[in-house]
Ligand binder design. Structure first.
Ligand code: ADP
Ligand code: MG
Length: 241
């Protein structure tokens, strides 16, 4: 049995997300599939780290399991519902309420203050009253070490602080899974370490599931699964953490 088949079979009561035989080709002129019948599961409260060369399909894979990009074939199940077979409305509800996303380039809105950036997803979900919203942002920003930056615009913050703002924005909806695509790619070594320890603390304190694409897999001290994406397939690596 190949390693990949083992990944396809992993499934337990704590599985919240499952990708089955994901194949991806952006257009039919492409000779090779970017992803080739690959499988993956996310268990509640787990940390999954994916590494792979540039162009190996990591961002594509993360977008597919995060509900942002259709696979060419294969299924993504969120709690046993086939994500891409749901109505657009249900898909965006799951994306907005259950998933959080963080990117290498932070993707903050420069015209908005830090506070406005963080509260945006909740305003879009229309879930909280104004007073309560302010309180939640204050609390989360304080926890993430950016409490004193709330009234500034993102460009006045350091790279590490901007990424903390992006993480706060992803967490304000209290998602179950945080997807992070090279979240430390633009940061120096010291800041990278502090962001990785912040993510692992959030995993521990909030039982937040993490799926992280990173070039720095060695920085994780907490138990986690490590995968390598190669030739369109994910392989689980052995770890001694
Ligand atoms: N929207 C797109 N349209 C066409 N090709 C794409 C698109 N996005 C990515 N690709 C191609 O898919 C391959 C994998 O890209 P990507 O998932 O970004 O890899 P990674 O994140 O590992 O660097 C690359 O060859 C890239 O050029
Ligand atoms: Mg990428």
């Amino acid at each position: 049995m190949s390693k990949n088949n083992i990944l396809c079979e992993v499934n337990s009561v704590s599985t919240i997300l499952r990708a089955e035989n994901i194949t991806k080709k952006y257009n039919y002129e492409m000779q090779n599939n970017i992803l080739e019948k690959t499988c993956f599961t996310v268990e509640q409260g787990s940390i999954q780290v994916i590494k792979g060369k540039s162009g190996s399909g990591k961002s594509t894979f993360l977008s597919i399991i995060g509900g942002m990009e259709f696979p060419t074939s294969g299924k993504v199940y969120y709690k046993n519902e086939s994500l891409y077979d749901l109505s657009d409305e249900k898909q965006s509800k799951i994306r907005g309420e259950k998933f959080g996303f963080v990117f290498q380039s932070f993707q903050l809105i420069p015209e908005l203050t830090v506070r406005e950036n963080i509260e945006l997803p909740l305003i879009l979900l229309k879930r909280k009253k104004k007073e309560k919203l302010k309180e939640s942002v204050n609390e989360l920003a304080k926890e993430l070490g950016i409490g004193y930056q709330l009234d500034k615009r993102p460009s006045f913050l350091s790279g590490g602080e901007q990424q903390r703002v992006a993480i706060a924005r992803a967490l304000i909806t209290e998602p179950e899974i945080l997807f992070a695509d090279e979240p430390t790619g633009n940061l120096d070594q010291t800041t990278t370490k502090s962001i990785i320890s912040l993510l692992t603390k959030l995993n521990k304190d909030k039982n937040l599931s993490l799926v992280i694409v990173t070039h720095e897999p060695n920085l994780f001290q907490t138990p986690h699964y490590l995968y390598s994406l190669k030739n369109g397939k994910l392989e689980r690596m052995n770890l001694n953490v």
